[in-house]
Ligand binder design. Structure first.
Ligand code: HC0
Ligand code: SF4
Length: 575
């Protein structure tokens, strides 16, 4: 350990750490903008400049290493002035339409201007000619707001290994975007939205569908049914200032009822249904010598990636639609018939932690007779806005229950879908019971849980050894896919989710700002814990124990993978 002085205080630190890290460890806040732990760290924006005694120039704290005897002043007049100047320069080339910006009140640039006392429009003049792209189904890019921090570039490159986004041109003309400034629609973007989650400003955001939903809610001819994805309940509270990881299932249901939805269902029912279909599909493939490893198909970002990057592996994908599409299909068929409603007058809204789901609902393979399974997808963030718009005081709401008539019941297996490893664990709970004709008590598969990289397990099921793997983000999935391609994969069943950590960190979840990310707080773990807690609190924890699912098969679908189930719940992919 070495000794140094920061703001007249003697501190100790390990050699090799940066001034920023050591300051933070000692409770001293240095503002940053481009720096994001595990993503960027180039000192590019110079917002974190500090004064180091003896150095001629100010130093960028995020990259400058500490030394024995160093004397640092983070708030000297010179540092404060320089920092403010930098932000004034950034702001001079920014559109500044804060009042109508999607990031109004949670923009990191806005906050920085406030913290640094930026009061005047110091540099008026020309601005870079902007690009506005809202062609793709999920992701909007508006470079008039881009501050060139490069966090999105790192998200796409480091986590997805895609590199869709990069810097282009030079000097004043510099922009970030897909190659040749193309639309996301014309490049290999998987629509995961990870770039949105790390954007500090409003340059990248989801394509909003709030107004379509408001119109449906106000249409007297429309029967509007809403369903909520497992991961939303672990993040929605953050939109109302509640701590990360607060589970708000009951409040969320209460809010949706107040908003005027005719029915409030849980995508978890669809997740239980998926396990039945996918579990039996897997068993069938094992017993009949089908294509293995089978790979889960519920993450539409992953599906986009597979279609674009590994089209030769599409036969490995389960043919199951994702849970919310399955539930949508059930609402427009069995539910419509039961309540004698014309499916054309039913409007299904999915609340999802995901941006790629916006595109998934538009997939031609899933539209039959011009009817979609799901009509609108709102992100967790959009639902937060809708609740505020309708004047609902979320924090004080009393818990309410999902509608219980047909699709309200769910098991613990479904809830954990929202965390990486959850789909695999849920599938195993059912597959192992079915294959061994038992009702096992030991159902927690800890080997596939958690935030680390590739997760694997090998289990004995009767006289069969089943090798499973779980990947979250394409960076982790890629080696697995290359192995399958090379014919040397040892796995039978693989779960792949498009986002690091799974849906709890989907591209539509609440923003986790740089201050929290840089503090090292495990926000993904906190959200995942909320789901595992809900699992543990459920009376039934295996999908096949869901009595409404059993009834759905009895009354309507017949049995898993039946002809009817195939036509409504399964899909195809496009090379
Ligand atoms: Fe997920 Fe899903 S678990 S993808 O992560 O499978 O988005 O939360 O809703 O559909 O259930 C997301 C989350 C879902 C679906 C489910 C699956
Ligand atoms: Fe890359 Fe995902 Fe953003 Fe597309 S949505 S640019 S794949 S991070």
């Amino acid at each position: 350990k070495i000794k140094l002085t920061i703001n007249n205080r003697q501190v100790e630190a390990y050699e090799g750490k940066t001034i920023l890290e050591v300051a933070r460890e000692n409770g001293i806040h240095i503002p940053t903008l481009c720096y994001l732990k595990d993503y960027t760290g180039t000192g590019a924006c110079r917002v974190c400049q500090v004064e180091v005694e003896g150095a001629r120039n100010l130093c960028a704290a995020c990259v400058y290493p500490v030394r024995e005897g160093m004397v640092v002043k983070t708030n000297s007049m010179r540092a404060l002035d320089a920092r403010r100047r930098v932000v004034e320069l950034i702001v001079s080339n920014h559109s500044k339409d804060c009042l109508s910006c999607i990031r109004n009140t949670n923009c990191e640039l806005q906050r920085l201007c406030q913290e640094l006392g930026v009061r005047e429009d110091a540099f008026k003049g020309q601005k870079t000619v902007p690009t506005f792209d809202e062609v793709s189904p999920g992701v909007v890019r508006d470079t008039s707001k881009c501050i060139l921090c490069g966090r999105c570039v790192a998200a796409c490159q480091k986590h997805q290994g895609l590199g869709v986004l990069d810097f282009m041109e030079r000097g004043f003309k510099t922009k970030i975007g897909p190659v040749f400034d193309r639309s996301f629609n014309d490049v290999n973007c998987m629509q995961c939205g990870q770039c949105i989650n790390v954007c500090p400003v409003g340059a990248l955001h989801e394509k909003e569908e709030i107004h379509n939903v408001i119109a449906a809610l106000n249409d007297p001819n429309m029967h509007v049914v809403v369903q909520t994805a497992p991961a939303v309940r672990a993040s929605l509270g953050e939109e109302f200032g509640m701590p990360i990881g607060t589970r708000v299932t009951g409040k969320m249901v209460a809010a949706l009822k107040l908003l005027g939805f005719d029915k409030v269902y849980d995508t978890n029912f669809g997740a239980d249904l998926t396990i039945m279909e996918e579990g039996y599909e897997f068993i069938h493939r094992v017993q009949e010598g089908g294509v293995l490893p089978m790979i889960t198909s519920c993450s539409p970002g992953w599906i986009n990636y597979c279609e674009k990057e590994y089209p030769d592996l599409l036969d490995h994908l389960s043919t199951c639609k994702s849970p919310h599409m399955m539930l949508g299909a059930m609402i427009k068929s069995h539910y419509a018939k039961t309540y004698q409603l014309d499916p054309k007058n039913i409007y299904v809204v999915s609340i999802m932690p995901c941006v790629a789901k916006k595109g998934e609902k538009e997939r031609p393979q899933m539209i039959k007779d011009e009817m979609k399974d799901v009509d609108a997808v709102l992100t967790t963030r959009e639902l937060g806005k809708l609740i505020k718009m309708f004047g609902v005081n979320f924090v004080d709401l009393k818990d309410e229950e999902f509608d219980q008539d047909m699709f309200g019941e769910y098991t613990g297996a479904a809830v954990i879908f929202g965390a990486s490893g959850g789909v695999m664990e849920a599938a195993l709970r059912t597959v192992v019971d079915v294959l061994t004709s038992q009702d096992l008590d030991n159902i927690e598969y800890h080997a596939v849980r958690g935030q680390r990289g590739l997760k694997e397990a090998s289990l004995k099921v009767g006289d069969l050894t089943v090798n499973v793997a779980v990947a979250h983000s394409m960076q982790i999935a890629k080696p697995l896919l290359d192995d399958i391609r090379a014919g040397k994969s040892k796995y039978h069943f693989i779960e792949i989710m498009g986002c690091p950590g799974g849906c709890i960190n989907g591209g539509g979840q609440s923003y986790v700002n740089a201050m929290i990310r840089n503090s090292g707080f495990d926000f993904k773990g906190a959200r995942a814990k909320a789901l595992y807690d809900e699992d543990r609190a459920m009376p039934a924890r295996k999908s096949h124990k869901n009595t409404q699912i059993q009834k759905l098969y009895e009354d309507f679908l017949g049995h898993p993978n039946s002809h009817l189930a195939h036509s409504l719940l399964h899909t195809t992919y496009e090379k």
